[in-house]
Design a protein around this ligand. Sequence first.
Ligand SMILES: Cc1ncc(COP(=O)(O)O)c(C=O)c1O
Length: 454
Amino acid sequence: MNRKQAAAIADRWMFPAEGKSYMGGLADRPVLAGSKGATVTDTEGREYLDFQSGQMGAALGHQHPRMVKAITDCMKSMLHATNVMLNVPRLRLHERLGGMLPKPLTRSLFLVSGSDSIEAAVDLARKATGGTDVVGLHAGLHGSTSYLTRSLSFNWQRRKHALVAPATQALLAPYCYRCPLGLEPRTCGTQCLDVSLELADANFQGRPAAFIGEPILSAGGVIVPPEGYYQRVKGELEKRGMLMILDESQTGLGKTGRMFGFQHDKGLKPDIITISKHFGGGLPISAVCTTDAIAAKAVANGYFATRSHAADPLLCAAGEESLKIVAEEDMAGRAARIEARIKTGFRALAQEIEQIGDIRGRGVLLGIELVKDRTSKEPANAETRTIEARCLEKGLIFQTRGVGSLTNVIRLVPPMTTTDAEVDRAMDILKDAIRHAFKLAGARKKPKRKVKAA
Ligand SMILES: Cc1ncc(COP(=O)(O)O)c(C=O)c1O
């Protein structure tokens, strides 16, 4: 199918999307036909390095052979099962995940999407505390269900959905590169948190229940909170009887160079974590994980969460295999090595390119913030979009991100199985595109690349 045919189908049959919105203009992009490892192929035979790992669900690499085998094997015995009877793959997954979780997190329940797990985690915190109000960071994103998770996705235009959930409000995110209070991280005393909590305390509609955050704020522009930030948040939550939910959708299961993103914060003990994305190795399954005590309290208040497909043997078998791969193939170690290679490349490039404002992130969740110049830090939004388009043309896929309406962060999320040669190829494409967008010497004249026969 060529792009013209795809566009005709989309035009006639697909639900429409606003031209420049997140889901807009899909028919102008490659139509995908295949994927393997760190590469996806379109219907016209062009290959792309996929440095966004699909929609982050392919962090183990597309079509990981062990995933394909585990899924195929399970399909032959049992695809779907009722959630009111136990099944073997489900039990195995509970046991394996429980064994991998940092104590005192031991209990898990399974759902389908990341958004599901956030809804269930918030409800769990409410049932366990008896509170209602939930706070999240203003640069955070926690899902796309129209009511609760979009209401907590402050970085993602809450106004686009018809109604916002009550008892949800934002705290200022600790975005130190562009401190919302204009302070310096070394001397600020984390005033963003103090100010936000003072406001939150004034705004709470009832008893507060929980805080939700990402160990690295991915969609908000790959913001890494400063050292000790989440420890301070935890202390404040304890004073208020609130629970800490950490959304590990994008940071869990090896991606930051540790098993879970929160483990970079020494001694931090979140009350609830959620995992999704590559948890299913490409299939949709998510989990909410918590302690014995919190689970027991919530259940005593009537808590439960499930979906028709939440206990499907197929998804649970995929979950178990992905956890085994993460551990046995040292995905965290691989992610750390990819981080080192990409950061070294960008640090060298930053010596000559003034517009590289900040290089941040961990493992295979990295952000390069581009600016017009390092003094004004004026966001280079248009140039970053030009870079994205040129990279796509030359065979590299990634997304641009930023706080609110900013789009000046190149977000790189390569699969953890990406080879050194693939990283180097991506870096070459990126360097050329950055030089080209800022009209610097060294950009190639015409982006040419091989097109394989379809
Ligand atoms: C941090 C985070 N949490 C939750 C979600 C929602 O996951 P899903 O799209 O599977 O519902 C996303 C989606 O991108 C995410 O990035």
